[in-house]
Write a protein that binds this ligand. Structure first.
Ligand SMILES: *[C@@H]1O[C@H](CO)[C@@H](O)[C@H](O)[C@H]1NC(C)=O
Ligand SMILES: *[C@@H]1O[C@H](CO)[C@@H](O)[C@H](O)[C@H]1NC(C)=O
Length: 201
């Protein structure tokens, strides 16, 4: 049961992170805002399993807690830019000091994919674009910020203040979730929900 939808903005990006390759060079790497994306692990797991019934998930050891998906530079009215620096390859060594925290809080749910594939994807696709700001201008900084924001924007806390708590029986109107976030964070949130599919189909 997944009482919360993942807080995702772009389903397309999310579901295709293993396959997306840079297909064009962005003429303009400027962007207007950062979209900070968190996901609900059970929901991300269901989605992974729906792609193939043999898929298994790597869940965070603390069970269901919001997990980082990414920090996405975005230009108003469009998606991206993406893949802003083809020379900036993902280097696992650069995140070694925080790798344990990333595994727990920026979890690659998709069991069986390589350890670094999710982070490598987020870095090359989004991090290299965020890197025009000093606060994000290295892999280590980009991933550290993602972890830091998880405390700053603690969705469990924020939602529970609005009496929205995980439950296997109670459901919530997505409008109430959006409003809870809007009021408390002062931003226009995007909430993406996944409809659970019958396990037998
Ligand atoms: C692209 O990445 C390389 C390698 O990290 C770096 O040396 C270079 O400064 C970056 N280019 C830009 C425009 O940020
Ligand atoms: C969010 O707050 C809850 C308590 O409401 C706490 O248990 C949890 O560790 C916090 N999460 C993060 C990432 O700080």
């Amino acid at each position: 049961m997944a009482p919360f939808g993942s807080l995702l903005t772009l389903m397309l990006i999310y579901s295709s992170f293993h396959y997306v390759q840079p297909t064009k060079v962005w003429k303009d790497n400027n962007w207007d805002l950062l979209i900070y994306t968190q996901e609900w692990p059970t929901t991300a797991c269901n989605e992974w399993k729906e792609k193939n019934p043999s898929h298994k998930c790597s869940m965070p050891s603390q069970g269901n807690t919001w997990s980082v998906h990414g920090i996405w530079p975005t230009k108003y009215g469009s998606m991206g830019p993406f893949f802003c620096n083809s020379s900036a390859h993902f280097d696992p060594e650069a995140i070694k000091p925080i790798e344990k925290e990333l595994t727990e809080h920026w979890t690659n749910i998709d069991y069986g994919t390589s350890t670094y594939s999710f982070w490598a994807h987020e870095w090359t696709k989004h991090g290299t674009c965020a890197a025009i700001l000093d606060a994000f201008n290295s892999e280590f900084k980009y991933f550290s910020k993602g972890l830091e924001y998880l405390n700053t924007y603690n969705l469990s806390t924020i939602l529970s203040e609005a009496d929205i708590v995980p439950s296997v029986s109670k459901t919530y109107d997505v409008v109430d979730i959006v409003n809870a976030l809007r009021v408390r964070l002062g931003v226009n949130p995007v909430v993406e929900c996944r409809k659970e599919q019958d396990e037998d189909t």
